[in-house]
Write a protein that binds this ligand. Structure first.
Ligand code: ADQ
Length: 487
């Protein structure tokens, strides 16, 4: 990594986090390592061979490091103080917007001070984008933390082509309307040329919100924005397209990894470490209340109680990545889950035969590829989820064609993965039946379903997602004319 000049770039990504983590060794030496997150992998497939800048927070509070280069990627850190992290990130993003956009599974908290901070931080991101964007550049903004950035950038730089992608659901207008700052958020988003969502329903929810809350007209998948007196977007009419572009995974990369002999061997060892049961049920989630882990545990606990499943023949492995541990709702969730796991194991485990293996850890890609191959039945049961990449990773990692996927109807993934064993996680009786069906169906039926699922993910991989998004952004009608841009 070298110290950069003040160049500008034709392609700019803005996301809450930079795609690298800082590691400080014992001698105080600093090293930046690519973080393992999905967005990094997704963006790698867009950026190979092209120079680009990535604007985001570097992962620690206080002063931000100077911009630096990682290969062809310019990393442009945005500073966040400890208070801003609390109010913009943990507060407004994760305790207001996150629950509101996920069907109000827990009640959202509304604080004016959090909102003020969100606005301030969004302005900082917008300024950073404008600093690194070349004339006429394409800007791709990510997710719910940066919903004001599209309009803030457009205000400053009408020459740019601006896209935004929402990784989480966009809520029905009846829920969205609870937000005291609903109009400001909609106007922020309408600064973009193209808005990408996970599902057609999310795009439709957004357009309904624009009609209901801003009085805009919509034509097909386009919102016609004429501006308003109190609006800073300007009076020139603009057209903003909103459509579904479902995200996916690097299917080729994962399949290649999962096939490696050392990964196949690792899977065998993992299975042995669980006591070589006949059936392994697996859940892999960030520890988040949207993921339906409590409902899943209830169904599993009842199946043990009913005697339908029991160790050592059947074991359930729950991997739960630590997440947002400074937000109250997440701490409570962790306590509840750990208490439930303890209760189930107290009642149904015997010496050496564990009913529930609970792993509160993060694993690397190789471990995950092996773990998926151990799972005879994968349980993906969120109460609401923008997409859920775990479902797509699971079917891809099962290169042997085995396995079965139980998938909640309330995930974006269910829209595409129709051959999964679909379930409503709120219906515990139905969930139990679906799990048993996935365990007991004939191998032929399971193979048939998995083949269809694998084909689907193979065809619609992350490269396709990125290509589709960028093509839609390039073709979006909203670009202001030269006269508008220079007015
Ligand atoms: P997330 O809510 O984080 O993402 P998800 O799509 O499931 O959810 O992605 C999680 C990623 O983390 C997967 O790649 C998974 O393999 C990995 N992971 C989970 N547990 C892990 C562990 N213990 N160790 C290592 N890796 C682990 C948000 C939205 C989703 C949307 C994505 C992408 O909430 O709905 O699918 O963004 O748009």
């Amino acid at each position: 990594m070298v110290s950069p000049d003040r160049r500008t770039f034709d392609f700019v990504i803005a996301a809450n986090r930079l795609p690298v983590d800082r590691h400080v060794d014992n001698d105080g030496g600093v090293e930046w390592r690519t973080s393992p997150g999905g967005l990094v992998t997704a963006m790698e497939s867009v950026m190979h061979g092209r120079e680009a800048a990535w604007v985001g927070w570097a992962g620690f509070p206080g002063e931000a490091p100077e911009p630096f280069d990682d290969d062809q990627l310019r990393l442009h850190p945005v500073p966040l103080s400890a208070e801003e992290l609390r109010d913009y990130y943990e507060g407004f993003s994760n305790d207001t917007l996150w629950p509101l956009y996920h069907d109000v599974i827990v009640p959202p908290t509304f604080h004016r001070s959090w909102w003020n901070c969100y606005r301030k931080v969004n302005e900082r991101f917008a300024e950073a984008v404008c600093e690194v964007a070349a004339e006429g550049a394409t800007v791709w903004i990510h997710d719910y933390q940066l919903q004001l950035v599209p309009a803030l950038v457009r205000d400053r730089r009408p020459d740019l082509r601006i896209g935004w992608f929402n990784h989480i659901p966009f809520p029905p207008v009846e829920l969205f309307s609870q937000l005291p700052w609903r109009r400001e958020i909609l106007r922020g988003l309408l600064g973009a040329d193209f808005l990408g969502f996970q599902r057609p329903d999310d795009a439709r929810n957004f357009m309904r919100a624009c009609r209901a809350r801003l009085g805009t007209t919509t034509v097909g998948d386009r919102v016609v924005w004429r501006g308003a007196d109190d609006d800073r977007l300007g009076a020139s009419p603009r057209t903003v397209r909103a459509a579904a572009v479902p995200i996916s995974i690097d299917a080729d990369g994962l399949r290649e990894l999962a096939r490696r002999p050392e990964v196949v061997e690792m899977a065998k060892e993992m299975r042995a470490s669980f006591g070589n049961p006949k059936v392994v049920l697996l859940g892999v989630d960030r520890l988040d209340y949207t993921k339906g882990i409590r409902h899943r545990l209830q169904a599993i606990g009842e199946l043990f109680e009913d005697g339908e499943i029991s160790p050592p023949d059947v074991t359930f492995v729950q991997v739960a990545t630590p997440s947002r541990e400074r937000v109250d709702a997440y701490r409570t969730l962790r306590e509840q889950i750990e208490a439930t796991v303890g209760r189930i194991n107290g009642d149904f485990s015997h010496l050496g035969d564990i009913a529930v293996h609970y792993l509160h850890q993060t694993y690397d890609r190789q471990d995950m590829a092996a773990l998926f191959q151990v799972a005879d039945v994968m349980l993906v049961t969120p109460l609401r989820d923008g997409m859920n990449l775990v479902a797509k990773e699971y079917v891809t990692a099962r290169h042997d064609g085995g396995g079965a996927l139980v998938l909640s109807e309330f995930t974006g993934a269910a829209e595409e993965l129709r051959h999964a064993y679909l379930c409503n996680p709120h219906d515990i009786a139905g969930l139990k039946e679906t799990i048993l069906r996935a365990v007991r169906d004939s191998p032929q039926e399971k193979t048939r379903r998995m083949r269809a699922l694998r084909r689907r993910v193979q065809r619609n991989d992350v490269q396709r997602w990125a290509d589709d998004f960028l093509a839609a952004l390039a073709a979006a009608p909203g670009r202001p004319s030269r006269e508008e841009a220079t007015e």
